[in-house]
Write a protein that binds this ligand. Structure first.
Ligand SMILES: [Fe+2]
Ligand SMILES: [Fe+2]
Length: 348
């Protein structure tokens, strides 16, 4: 396996994407103009005010001078690699392990970048469709936040990592599906709950386990903004969902479950394994990657909690979510054993 992996040029990976046309999809929407201009004190205006006072400049606030290790740019332990612990991984030479690590990390940061652009689109949509000015204000500020995040991850990829991966198919479909829906709450569910809920978990993991001050800084700054966005989306939906019928709620629950599956599949990126010419697809490995399930459980913990809170999981879904939550606790214990003192409290 080792000799075959890197014998040919890698496919589908670029360091830059010059001249590519934009990808376009349709989204018919009703645009709302607030004619009252009332800005009463509310949780929306509070979150907007908090965001105003916490703006930051990505190029000036972050110290970009650190040189990252090309073989481990995120400065991360191998336990976070989905192939770690498999027989495939054990068979690789140190050099090939380094390349797998480098590509998986580039894939991860690329997905952050694509997700940030998607969140910027979603925020733009919310400016148009949410009826109240205070909500439009928050969405406008979120759009600026997402522009800054896209700037950060683009800079990190192009100047520090040098490998670029396309949008993961499953997440790309989820975003197209969610953002083509004319109902605003699907936009919120797709981005501010599913995508940003997962992003928060991943950023927290980066902040707590990366040994690079640059990566820790990026994760901390972006995370502070994302926590506001998630809080906003969650509260909007908590107020809106009780107005829906059981059938309408069921539609949201099914969408959320499918979205959750797409997000979970993102941790087993076939595109990266294909690029690296892995002989055996991960899911067919004769040694199941226990750490992969632990990592996913840990990262989707917040999503499970949010979906339960929104009433989007019940019966079987609720049992599965509770099981994942229980699994997360055991995964946490295992991580703590490997990284004593590393785990910090979650951002709420
Ligand atoms: Fe963001
Ligand atoms: Fe965000």
């Amino acid at each position: 396996m080792t000799a075959q992996i890197f014998s040919q040029a890698l496919v589908g990976v670029d360091s830059l994407r010059p001249g590519l046309p934009p990808s376009v999809f349709q989204a018919g929407i009703d645009v709302a103009i607030d004619q009252s201009y009332e800005l009463k004190p509310s949780w929306r205006s509070q979150l907007y005010g908090k965001g105003k006072s916490l703006q930051w400049d990505a190029m000036n606030r972050i110290d970009w001078s650190e040189t990252l290790d090309p073989e481990n740019p995120l400065c991360y332990a191998d336990v976070f690699l989905p192939v770690y612990g498999t027989k495939n991984w054990a068979k690789l030479s140190k050099q090939d392990q380094a390349q797998v690590r480098q590509h998986y990390q580039a894939y991860t940061v690329s997905q952050f970048l694509h997700g940030e652009q998607a969140a910027m689109l979603a925020a733009g949509r919310l400016i148009e469709v949410l009826p109240e000015l205070s909500a439009k204000n928050f969405a406008a500020q979120q759009a600026a936040d997402e522009a800054r995040h896209a700037e950060v991850f683009s800079h990190l990829l192009h100047n520090k990592i040098g490998i670029f991966y396309d949008f993961d198919d499953g997440i790309s479909s989820l975003i197209r599906w969610g953002l083509s829906d004319r109902r605003w709450d699907f936009v919120v569910l797709t981005t501010q709950v599913l995508l940003e809920g997962l992003a928060l978990g991943m950023l927290q993991q980066l902040r707590d386990f990366s040994k690079s001050p640059l990566i820790q800084n990026i994760a901390s700054y972006v995370m502070a903004d994302e926590a506001r966005h998630v809080a906003f989306g969650l509260q909007e939906l908590e107020q809106f969902y009780p107005q829906l019928t059981a059938v309408e709620l069921r539609e949201r629950a099914e969408f959320a479950q499918e979205g959750l599956q797409a997000l979970r599949r993102r941790f087993n990126p076939n595109v990266a394994w294909r690029n690296l010419r892995m002989e055996v697809p991960l899911e067919m490995s004769d040694s199941p990657p226990i750490s992969l399930e632990q990592t996913i459980s840990r990262l989707t913990r917040r999503l499970d909690t949010m979906l339960i809170k929104l009433g989007l999981v019940d019966g079987e879904g609720s049992a599965a979510a509770s099981e994942r939550l229980a699994h997360w606790h055991s995964a946490d214990e295992s991580l703590n054993q490997n990284n004593p003192g590393a785990l910090k409290p979650a951002v709420s």
